[in-house]
Design a protein around this ligand. Structure first.
Ligand code: CMC
Length: 429
């Protein structure tokens, strides 16, 4: 057999075999579960750069080839031919839906979009300038309070209902976060609209006049949602799984995912990119920004650049870059930040520092310019990411609960603290 099926380790003069697990695609993994017992050692992998935390059949990434597959389907094909809601179905169920299956799913999602009226009171506790990600995380966590008692995480039907509720309510809650921050009344979801249009309607509708939805904006947002829907074991999905492994309910698990997404090294990068581009301000300042990003004494990084897994290019960034030009042209928006972004990309891709480290634009580099063209405020960018990623988070949470023998996630550590010492009374310290 050409496949590597085991790795032999030697510890203290004793050799033992570690089985090698074969994936359907990608790199094999050494199963180290027996290592502590056999060798007395744990493994040390800060940042989990070399560790597969789970088996999963949802999303596949080949970071060297720039490949992203949802349930085996290339992201480029889904971006061109599918819709976000169909992709959500695919992530959850493993297969593309038939016409009838999709109609059933769409109907279920459309009929769970309303927020409990009591949830609206929670918003009033926030100051008007609270960050929408803080409001989103708190509101989603509080869904546990509305749907906790009758939810059995071991019941497949309850798990499915939680998935539908989360996918359905996330846009309603997201729009409420925005409307609260600008002092508009909350908006009710319109079931006659499709998922993304319904969200845009809830964001921008005012009671005083009808809203003309722009189909270009809806199509662009749908595409961004497809591209953000899942990304295997990233920090927020791993957080959802870690929380989920304790048996916590799905709303609490997803709320934890939202807080993990917020950080600028992860989903918060889209907000950070726009702020960075505004700060750079003009193509003339690009050179000094690149210089700063390379300076190890300066903590400035090129936001929207680099990725833990993609060492060639991020296939989502390629699609978004193209789409950015198209959307701005179709909406008749002339944003000088696009020129700054293009100059920055060009300068970084030519620079030895970025070439050597294989740092390419990631999904967040151009997405902010599109959100801005759609009139989505900067502070809502990561909320947009969260709406889309909810499909992936809940698909992973369900997969975790369907996996027999799953255990609580409980990493170990390399202790570097003090040795054992005796307590000293305060008058003797
Ligand atoms: N600008 C300047 N230098 C960078 C950047 C950057 N954006 N990213 C990485 N580097 C350097 C880093 O300093 C290090 O250099 P050296 O080898 O000299 O110490 C080298 O490249 C490797 O970086 P790392 O920090 O070890 O890589 P990582 O895999 O731990 O981090 C990352 C990946 C995405 C957190 C990082 O590239 C980064 O901070 N990028 C900017 C934030 C960003 O755009 N995040 C969005 C990621 S994609 C969407 C998502 O996940 O939500």
């Amino acid at each position: 057999m050409s496949e590597l099926d085991k790795i032999t380790l030697t510890a203290g003069g004793k050799a033992f075999d570690l089985p090698v697990l074969q994936p359907t695609l990608g790199q094999p993994c050494v199963d180290i579960a027996a290592l502590p017992k056999e060798s007395g050692c744990f493994t040390f992998d800060p940042g989990f750069g070399a560790t597969a935390s789970t088996k999963s059949a949802i999303t596949y990434i080949d970071g060297d080839a720039g490949v992203l597959l949802y349930r085996g389907y290339p992201i480029e094909q889904l971006a061109e031919k599918s819709s976000f809601l169909e992709v959500a179905y695919l992530l959850l169920n493993g297969e593309l839906p038939s016409k009838e299956e999709f109609a059933g799913f769409e109907h279920a999602v459309s009929h769970h979009t309303m927020m409990h009226e009591s949830l609206k009171h929670f918003f009033r506790g926030f100051h008007h300038d609270a960050h929408p990600m803080a409001m989103l995380a708190a509101s989603v966590a509080s869904l546990s309070a509305f749907y906790h008692d009758n939810l059995d995480v071991d019941d497949p039907a309850d798990r499915k209902m939680a998935a539908i509720r989360l996918i359905a309510k996330m846009p309603t809650i997201a729009a409420a976060c925005y409307r609260y921050s600008i002092g508009w009344p909350f908006s009710y979801p319109r079931n006659n609209l499709e998922y993304v249009e319904r969200f845009l309607h809830m964001m921008f509708e005012v009671p005083s006049e009808p809203l003309q939805l722009n189909p270009v904006a809806a199509k662009a947002l749908d595409l961004l949602f497809i591209l953000h829907a899942d990304h295997e074991q990233n920090a927020s999905t791993s957080t959802v799984r870690l929380v989920g492994s304790t048996g916590a309910n799905p709303y609490a698990s997803v709320a934890a995912g939202i807080t993990a997404l917020w950080g600028p090294a992860h989903g918060g990068a889209n907000e950070a990119v726009l702020k960075m581009l505004e700060e750079i301000g003009s193509p003339d300042n690009v050179e000094s920004a690149v210089r700063r990003a390379k300076d190890k004494n300066d903590n400035f990084r090129l936001m929207g650049f680099g990725h833990r897994v993609y060492k060639n290019f991020d296939p989502r960034a390629k699609i978004i870059r193209e789409m950015c030009h198209k959307v701005l042209a179709e909406l008749g928006v002339n944003d000088p930040l696009l020129e700054v972004a293009m100059k920055l990309e060009e300068a970084a891709l030519k620079d030895e520092y970025f070439v050597e480290r294989k740092l390419y634009p990631n999904v967040d580099f151009y997405s902010g310019i599109i959100y801005k063209a759609l009139r989505i405020p900067t502070e809502m960018f990561t909320v947009m990411f969260a709406i889309a990623r909810t499909a992936g988070w809940i698909a992973h949470w369900i997969e975790q609960h369907e996996t027999p023998g799953a255990r609580i996630g409980r990493p170990r550590q390399l202790y570097t603290g003090s040795g054992v010492r005796d307590y000293v009374p305060v008058d003797k310290r």
